[in-house]
Write a protein that binds this ligand. Structure first.
Ligand SMILES: [Zn+2]
Ligand SMILES: [Zn+2]
Ligand SMILES: [Zn+2]
Ligand SMILES: [Zn+2]
Length: 142
C-alpha cells in the first residue's frame, strides 16, 4: 500500500480495511478501502471523510457499496448493493452474529451496537462527538 499524500510505501503488520491509517513518513492520516466489485483501492486523504456504513461510490468502477467490519470477529462485511439500512439488524456472514450500525449525522462516525439491542425509535448519543442523533434528522444518502 502507498500513502496518497507522499506516495511512500507503507508496511502494515495488521490492517483492517477501512480503518484510519497514519503514514510513517509524512504522519498524515488516510483511509484505504478496496472495492468489493473491482477490488481496486479507494483512498480518502482525509481519514475523517470515511466511516464504516457510509455509502461509497467506487472511483474506478462507479458502483456503490457499503462496508462494515463485524464488531464480533472483525470480518469485513460488504454490502455490494449498498443496501444496508442504517440502524437495521444485520448478520455477519462469517460468525453469524448480529449487530447494528448508525452513522452520526453530525460527525459521520459509525456507532455500532454489538448486541443488536438498539431500538430504532430511540434517540442516540454519538459515541464520538456526543451529539444527539435525532431520528427525524437521519438522512438517506441513497
Ligand atoms: Zn505519507
Ligand atoms: Zn470498484
Ligand atoms: Zn463476525
Ligand atoms: Zn457524532
Amino acid at each position: 500500500m502507498s500513502c496518497p499524500h507522499c506516495q511512500s510505501s507503507i508496511e502494515l503488520k495488521s490492517y483492517t480495511n477501512g480503518e484510519k491509517l497514519i503514514c510513517t513518513s509524512c504522519k498524515l492520516s488516510f483511509v484505504e478501502l478496496s472495492c468489493p466489485h473491482c477490488s481496486k483501492s479507494n483512498y480518502w486523504e482525509n481519514a475523517n471523510d470515511y466511516a464504516q456504513g457510509m455509502k461509497v461510490i467506487c472511483c474506478y468502477c462507479q458502483k456503490h457499496f457499503q462496508h462494515i467490519n463485524c464488531p464480533h470477529c472483525n470480518a469485513r462485511n460488504d454490502y455490494k448493493s449498498a443496501d444496508y439500512i442504517e440502524g437495521s439488524i444485520t448478520k455477519c456472514y462469517k460468525c453469524n452474529k448480529t449487530f447494528q450500525l448508525m452513522n452520526c449525522t453530525h460527525c459521520q462516525a459509525a456507532n455500532i451496537w454489538k448486541n443488536a439491542n438498539y431500538i430504532t425509535s430511540n434517540p442516540v448519543t454519538c459515541s464520538t462527538c456526543k451529539s444527539t442523533i435525532a431520528i427525524s434528522l437521519w438522512k438517506s444518502l441513497a
